[in-house]
Design a protein around this ligand. Structure first.
Ligand SMILES: [Mg+2]
Length: 306
């Protein structure tokens, strides 16, 4: 089935996804602050505001800004935007800081991205953590979402697994946003199968997403054991787990974020990915969507996004 989405609707879906991504990032990162205990969130107690967002949100804002101005990803422009807006204290990994510094000082992005990790390119979770709003924007075409996600990933992540992670998250967000538009929530198995079908079959991310589908009714601890929780900060260790959580809790944003916090690991990034996918379906300020008091506790998004 295909249908037309007007540009205002695309952007509204992307902005809802960004709200979910940024609140997940900002709330998740609170659990690296000493004194904030994950069990408090499970008991309904929120950390004291403001919740500062991190690199996940900063880069996602550049993706949304690119779509708002051009309607598509121009890799050269996106590379320069990522590099120019990078505030290293926002929790960027050392590999990302190096690539973005090279781009900022004139190295072409294909050279900078390929130079990472002794020439293998990055398979980190950075391309996946920023891409959910792009998927929501292309809710009418998983093929377009996948192709544009690949373009957005390549400027920093040359490794096939890093790119596959971004494609998987974008397609999940596209399917979530499409389900919101047509009013049919996909069950977890169907959503995960839809994602797996767009991935290279020989990738670890693909195998992980298929495994996530098999584990869809299993407890959280079992999913973490099998899929990871982002603690190795690779796409392989992060993406399948996040899509397992999002598929399970697609209509309940708070439950989805609580699952990420309970799982531990790279919580700001797992909660950013999950939040971006779930908010594409559940919305903001709606039943099951991003709670308005959580949104109010998040540090305001950068002024340049407007
Ligand atoms: Mg982060």
């Amino acid at each position: 089935m295909s249908f037309t989405i007007f540009s205002d609707t695309r952007l509204a879906l992307a902005r809802d996804s960004l709200a979910g991504l940024s609140v997940g990032d900002a709330l998740g990162s609170q659990f690296f602050v000493p004194g904030n205990d994950p069990t408090d969130l499970a008991a309904g107690r929120l950390p004291a505001p403001p919740w500062s967002w991190t690199d996940d949100t900063e880069m996602a804002c550049s993706v949304v800004r690119a779509l708002a101005t051009a309607g598509r990803i121009d890799r050269d422009a996106l590379a320069l935007a990522f590099a120019g807006r990078c505030e290293p204290y926002r929790g960027y990994g050392p590999g990302a800081v190096t690539i973005l510094r090279l781009i900022r000082t004139g190295t072409p992005w294909p050279v900078a991205a390929a130079s990472a990790f002794d020439g293998q390119g990055s398979c980190g979770n950075g391309a996946a953590m920023r891409v959910a709003p792009l998927g929501a924007y292309f809710a009418d075409s998983t093929a377009r979402a996948a192709a544009q996600a690949r373009a957005s990933a390549e400027v920093t992540h040359a490794h096939p697994e890093g790119i596959a992670g971004a494609v998987a998250v974008a397609v999940a967000a596209a399917l979530a946003a499409r389900a919101r538009l047509d009013g049919h929530r996909p069950d977890a198995a169907r959503l995960l199968a839809g994602v797996a079908g767009t991935l290279e079959p020989d990738s670890e991310v693909h195998r992980g997403v298929r495994r996530a589908a098999e584990l869809r009714d299993r407890p959280l601890t079992e999913a973490v054991d099998a899929l990871g929780n982002g603690s190795r900060v690779t796409a392989q260790d992060t993406v399948a787990f996040t899509l397992w959580v999002a598929a399970r809790h697609l209509a309940d944003y708070p439950a989805a974020i609580r699952a990420c916090v309970e799982a531990g690991g790279d919580v700001d990034t797992t909660a950013a990915i999950v939040g971006g996918v779930v908010a594409a379906y559940a919305g903001v300020g709606t039943p099951g969507g991003v709670p308005t008091d959580w949104l109010a506790a998040r540090e305001p998004l950068p002024a340049w996004l407007a």
